[in-house]
Write a protein that binds this ligand. Structure first.
Ligand SMILES: *Cc1c(COP(=O)(O)O)cnc(C)c1O
Ligand SMILES: [Zn+2]
Length: 401
């Protein structure tokens, strides 16, 4: 049976306790399995469809999960962008192909399933957008109410549309994401809603399956795993999962965990560059990539460990670099992602230009959310359609100009 263990003081808590941080020292919790006792037949995994639930022996849910068939996302080789960068083994794992259009679904299928197992009757989160869209969808699937808090005016249109349409109570806070998270945390503790931000250790269990899938798709471990970093839950989750595969002897080394942040919102990258023991929060984070517009990453402690233990790194990219890579992915590779997602590949471009990447490396960039999440930023970068009279001559002259 799994337990919850504090990542700082190693205090242990039973898995059926509703608890988000260590009551002894206040640090984060992680789910731990007795890996020497679980028996996993890898050929059984390979007979199941590629999905979050292929890996159910390493997930905390015991009964039937609340599922919309999440995971099983494509891993594309980036042939043209790879050739431009001189990196022949560059891949993108397209998490925009999940049910709500982002990797958050991997966390929510596990998190909402656990909410029901723990007897909780309502769920809540703060969100830069995608968490709220995903929670609204999985709460609807589970038949329970959801409350979501958003930073007013800073959430991409598609994400708000999803949260509203799937029936969540959507509240806009006149403040940033970091404040919204403090508020929802307090609300959950005082009113008994179940908190499904990435401080929730069960949610990260679902997200670690990105790493499992990539290893299965490549039939081996990549040399480098690259993720955009906001609250730093995803990079921590992938690292945790790969550590479990290592402990089970399914892989023989860990990839270099590499985080990418936007220049205006880069507390983790700064802590890595300056060798700080912990991150210094950014009070006014700003970037076009609203999904990673987070100044005080909740999972920073886990992320710094992930990066440092694997010889990885963190870097920053400008908004212009993010948008340029969003266009390159769309036009050179046929892969449509939202701005935050393009940050991972933009980070590789930056690192390879700095000479920090070996050309033989096999690199998996996680592209985290779908292009349609943020249509306004897309339209803002494109020429509007040419409107013409409904005549062939007008069509021909429009095409020849
Ligand atoms: C949530 C999200 C991120 C950031 O993930 P963290 O776990 O918060 O670091 C990046 N991109 C997209 C599209 C997201 O929705
Ligand atoms: Zn502790």
């Amino acid at each position: 049976m799994h337990r919850l263990v504090c990542v700082h003081c190693a205090a242990e808590y039973p898995a059926d306790q509703v608890i988000y941080t260590c009551s002894r020292c206040g640090h984060l919790l992680a789910v731990e399995y007795p890996l020497d006792e679980v028996s996993i037949d890898r050929s059984l995994w390979h007979r199941r469809p590629l999905s979050v639930w292929r890996y159910r022996e390493l997930l905390p849910v015991s009964g039937q999960p609340v599922t919309l068939q999440e995971g099983g996302t494509p891993l594309y080789r980036l042939e043209r962008i790879g050739a431009d960068l001189g990196l022949p083994h560059l891949y993108a794992k397209h998490e925009g192909m999940n049910p709500s259009g982002s990797f958050k679904d991997r966390g929510m299928t596990v998190g909402v399933s656990m909410a029901l197992e723990l007897g909780m009757t309502s769920v809540a989160c703060a969100s830069t957008g995608n968490t709220s869209a995903s929670l609204a969808q999985y709460a609807a699937r589970a038949g329970i109410p959801a409350v979501v808090l958003l930073p007013a005016g800073k959430v991409a249109l598609g994400k708000v549309a999803q949260a509203l349409m799937h029936g969540a109570r959507v509240i806009s806070i006149r403040g940033n994401f970091d404040r919204a998270l403090e508020m929802v945390h307090e609300l959950c503790l005082s009113k008994g809603l179940y908190l499904l931000n990435s401080v929730n250790p069960f949610r990260l269990e679902g997200q670690k399956t990105i790493g499992f899938e990539a290893v299965d798709q490549l039939e081996g471990v990549p040399d480098r795993f690259v993720l955009p970093v906001g609250n730093a839950g995803n990079i921590s989750a992938v690292h945790k999962g790969l550590n479990e595969l290592l402990a089970l002897g399914f892989i023989d080394r860990l990839p270099m965990m590499t985080g990418v942040q936007a220049e205006g919102s880069a507390p983790v990258a700064r802590a890595i560059a300056e060798g700080l023991p912990e991150v210094v929060p950014e009070l006014r984070p700003e970037t076009v990539a609203t999904a990673i517009r987070i100044g005080a990453p909740v999972n920073a402690e886990k992320a710094l460990t992930a990066i440092r233990q694997t010889g990885g790194t963190a870097t920053t990219v400008t908004d212009a670099e993010i948008l340029a890579m969003q266009r390159d992915l769309a036009r050179k590779e046929g892969i449509g992602v939202e701005p935050a997602s393009a940050a991972s590949v933009a980070g590789i471009r930056r690192l390879s230009e700095e000479g920090a990447i070996d050309r033989d490396e096999r690199i998996v960039c996680v592209v985290t959310g779908h292009l349609l999440k943020d249509p306004e930023t897309v339209i803002g970068q494109c020429e509007p359609p040419i409107e013409i009279d409904a005549a062939i001559s007008s069509l021909l002259s429009a095409l020849s100009s």
